[in-house]
Design a binder for this molecule. Structure first.
Ligand code: NAP
Length: 288
């Protein structure tokens, strides 16, 4: 068995996941980085520490067999995962809301929500005490303010567990059949299905923290502003939540003050409905 820190990262082939893989490999500590993607893409990374090992396993987080196959390999080879970084995620809808409906909500949640649920359920049994779960959410999650008080109370019930949360996802699927927002669900504006899937990641993170009190589970506003590579706001927060002393904070959503904030982020309390500050990047390019 290795003494290396075992880090399992999803969606490492490009974007934020690739930037995260680069900065994890560059850490001066012995790490075994499992930089996964659907096509098991080789990123040609070199570890900064002499004992660091980097592997590129295949993983499709929407496919139970793929998850089980990776799980079995990890159990055989390493017996544990110290840090699980759920980065893989995407948006499928058009910005003009013309594609919004149950189909797009299902496709979005299959990847962004159910994929993360599957990963957490499968791997938490082999995450040791003090291990970390880092869920890449989005500033877009803040758009959801759930104006229906009864719905909001059910979503933010301190006792909410995975079963209740999953039932609420089904409720959103049903609610997406109409564009009427009086039920409190987000159906218009900036990528509503995507934004709501990320709001559910924040709620799932809080629920995981309650279910697995020996693991530090946190979510963050992922972001990859154009023209920047590693050490972007999202990747810096990923590093902090994965490796730094975070004073045992668990179940929270973390973000910078603006989308161009390159600091390590902070806990955002009361994130629903909070204004997103889309700032200009230092080089003048705007983030998207
Ligand atoms: N970019 C932004 O501005 C931004 C802002 C806020 C939050 N985020 C979040 O940050 C995360 C990464 O976003 P990104 O912009 O870097 O995305 P991206 O460039 O589109 O990359 C998405 C990653 O997810 C992987 N992926 C897609 N479907 C998958 C599946 N079924 N199983 C496993 N992996 C899968 C892709 O790998 P393969 O296709 O190679 O398998 C790829 O590595 C996402 O969760 C996203 O919601 C991004």
């Amino acid at each position: 068995m290795t003494n290396n820190k075992i880090v399992l990262l999803t969606g490492a082939s490009r974007g934020l996941g690739q930037a995260a893989a680069q900065i994890i490999a560059a850490r001066d500590e012995p790490i075994t980085l499992l930089a996964t993607s659907r096509k098991a893409e080789h990123l040609n990374l070199t570890g900064a520490h002499k004992d660091t090992v980097i592997e590129y396993p295949q993983l499709d987080i929407t496919d139970n067999d793929s998850i089980t196959c990776l799980y079995n390999d990890i159990v055989d080879k390493y017996g544990r995962v110290d840090v699980l970084i759920n980065n893989a995620g995407s948006t499928f809808e058009k910005i003009d809301n013309s594609t919004f409906g149950p189909e797009i909500v299902k496709k979005t949640f299959d990847l962004n929500y159910w994929g993360v649920v599957k990963m957490i359920e499968k791997f938490t049994p082999i995450i040791p005490d003090g291990g970390r779960i880092v869920n890449v959410s989005s500033a877009a999650s803040q758009q959801d303010d759930f104006p229906n008080e009864e719905l909001k109370a059910r979503l933010f019930d301190e006792k909410t567990n995975l079963v209740n949360l999953n039932a609420l996802v089904e409720e959103y699927m049903s609610a997406s059949k109409t564009s009427d927002e009086s039920d409190g669900w987000l159906k218009h504006g900036f990528y509503p299905a995507y934004s709501t899937s990320k709001a559910f990641i924040n709620l799932l993170t809080a629920s995981s923290a309650r279910n697995y009190p020996t693991i530090l589970s946190n979510a963050l506003a992922g972001d990859l502003p154009k023209g920047t590579k590693a050490k972007t706001p999202g990747t810096r927060v990923i590093l902090r939540l994965a490796f730094d002393d975070i004073d045992n904070v668990s179940g929270k959503f973390w973000a910078g003050k603006t989308t161009a904030d390159t600091g390590p982020g902070d806990v955002v309390e009361d994130w629903p409905g909070k204004e997103i500050v889309w700032d200009l990047l230092p080089d003048g390019a705007s983030s998207s």
